[in-house]
Design a protein around this ligand. Structure first.
Ligand code: GLU
Length: 502
């Protein structure tokens, strides 16, 4: 059998979507499993929407994910170029061949004429199909159109308008397309640029692609593409259309469901290994009952036959969970990597300078230690521990619940006194102080612990209070207690100018 060759063919009109990464990853897994090659091709013929910046961004996101390509725009390869805009002469040559063989023809219909046809079909309640009126123009008619300055498109000549096309899909089995799906469709625009269905086929064939694995939304293009293969007498590649990707509410995955760009995940501090592991389990059902797989294991086990047909739900929370599993493992095996990830997150938020000194690095390591398993993704360091790096942002609800009691300023001031006076400021000492004061006041320790936490961190969630106090250090603890008392006394918050307790 020929070497397996798969490809991913993004249009650089936006950042790499998780759905795209998923499709690319399955192509990659399939190629690696069979010892084949994975090709990256840039489909940039829609020049108004494609940008160079997005080409770069997509390549960068793939590199970050660890999805490597054997041939592509940057590394080249024997079937290049790998960008459609650099392949225009190839499309022209193949369009000419189709014209010569009578499988394609020039169409001089104007947009207005086509619109009129479409309207008529609508009025008669039948699906629109191009009438084929330019199929056999006389040379006189052609001369007249040319004289009028019309510039023709090129249409594929569909042999028989009554034809049913059967697609043999490796995931879906036989999919039957009834005749109304086909008409003499345009393969080259009047400006000479090829359309997706045409360029895609020419590329897949000339790049010797053996398996086309792509999104379900392209299934309806497949019968049209098969007609081009037939016109050239080429053997089409095998095709597989992945199931649809849904959000947790079972509607098509979109921005509404949260992050959809791989880049966003990167910025939130996800680990590429965890993302790939999670993507592998979307729609693919390995026989074993387990969820964590190394890349090598995925490559060894991946079979297209195990991919299901029904839609797959992309569950952000599950991905966070899986990232947490990888993060814990990394904490033990390669702590420096976790620290680097956290450092990057803090820098992106402007909470660290570009050059981090050794003392700060040490401090970050201690923060990470204190936050422990709470860090499932890099950004969790902010969610649970931003106050280690900046003044707390006070959650108004937490303030109202825990700081607005009449007795609170008194308690805080007593704590301040004790914290000023004590010799050491370590977790055991501060705990001792809090518990003794509670006993003296005849209240439960919680009555002091909750307000103290909100005063120091701005929130109700986070790491152990005494640990975080030791790490913040006496100076910052006293400063924040004092500031909180002033805020409560003044009854005004700097940010809103209104009373935090009303
Ligand atoms: N450029 C197309 C897309 O981004 C490729 C589809 C295909 O794989 O054939 O959807």
């Amino acid at each position: 059998m020929n070497t397996v060759r798969t490809r991913f063919a993004p249009s650089p009109t936006g950042y790499l979507h998780v759905g795209g990464a998923w499709t690319a990853f399955f192509n990659w897994l399939f190629a690696r499993h069979h010892g084949g090659r994975f090709i990256l091709r840039i489909e940039d013929t829609d020049r108004s929407r494609s940008t160079e910046e997005m080409v770069e961004a997509i390549l960068e996101d793939f590199r970050w994910l660890g999805i490597t390509w054997d041939e592509g725009p940057d590394v080249g390869g024997p079937y290049g170029p790998y960008r459609q805009t650099e392949r225009m002469a190839i499309y022209q040559e193949y369009a000419r061949k189709l014209l010569e063989r009578g499988h394609a023809y020039y169409c001089y219909c104007t947009p207005e004429e086509l619109e009129a046809e479409r309207h008529k079909a609508q009025a008669e309640h039948r699906p629109y199909r191009y009438s084929g009126r330019c199929r056999s123009l006389s040379s006189k008619e052609v001369a007249r159109f040319e004289a009028e300055g019309r510039r023709p498109t090129i249409r594929l000549r569909v042999r028989d308008y009554g034809e049913t096309i059967v697609v043999h899909d490796l995931i879906r089995g036989e999919v039957v397309f009834s005749p109304e799906h086909l008409d003499d469709y345009i393969i080259v625009r009047s400006d000479g640029t090829p359309l997706y269905n045409f360029a895609n086929v020419i590329d897949d064939h000339t790049m010797a692609i053996t398996h086309v694995i792509r999104a379900e939304e392209h299934l309806s293009n497949t019968p049209k593409q098969l007609l081009i293969y037939r016109a050239f007498d080429w053997t089409p590649p095998q095709v597989a259309h992945l199931p649809m990707l849904l959000g947790p509410d079972r509607s098509k995955l979109s921005k509404r469901h949260g992050a959809t760009a791989v880049r966003q995940y990167r910025e939130e501090g996800f680990l590429p290994e965890a993302i790939l592991n999670y993507l592998a389990l979307l729609g693919w059902y390995p026989e074993e009952d387990r969820e964590i797989y190394s890349l090598e294991e995925l490559i060894a086990r991946f079979h297209l036959e195990d991919v299901g047909k029904s839609p797959s739900v992309f569950d952000y929370q599950k991905l966070v969970w899986m990232n947490g599993v990888y993060m814990r493992k990394l904490m033990h095996e390669d702590r420096a990597k976790v620290l680097a990830l956290v450092e990057e997150t803090l820098k992106r938020e402007g909470l660290l300078p570009e050059a981090v000194d050794p003392a700060t690095r040490e401090y970050i390591a201690r923060v990470v230690e204190v936050l422990g398993d709470r860090i499932k993704v890099g950004r969790d360091v902010l969610r649970y521990g931003d106050f280690f790096f900046t003044e707390p942002t006070y959650d108004p609800e937490a303030v109202r619940t825990y700081l607005c009691g009449e007795e609170i300023p008194g308690y805080l001031s007593r704590l301040e006194e004790e914290f000023t006076r004590c010799q050491e400021f370590d977790r055991a000492t501060v705990e001792q102080i809090v518990r003794s004061l509670a006993a003296e006041l005849q209240v439960s320790s919680r009555v002091l612990i909750h307000p103290l936490r909100v005063a120091l961190t701005g929130k109700t969630i986070g790491p152990g209070l005494f640990e975080l106090m030791e790490l913040l250090g006496r100076h910052r603890v006293l400063q924040r207690l004092q500031r909180t008392r002033e805020m409560l006394k003044g009854g005004l918050t700097a940010s809103t100018g209104s009373s935090p307790c009303s």
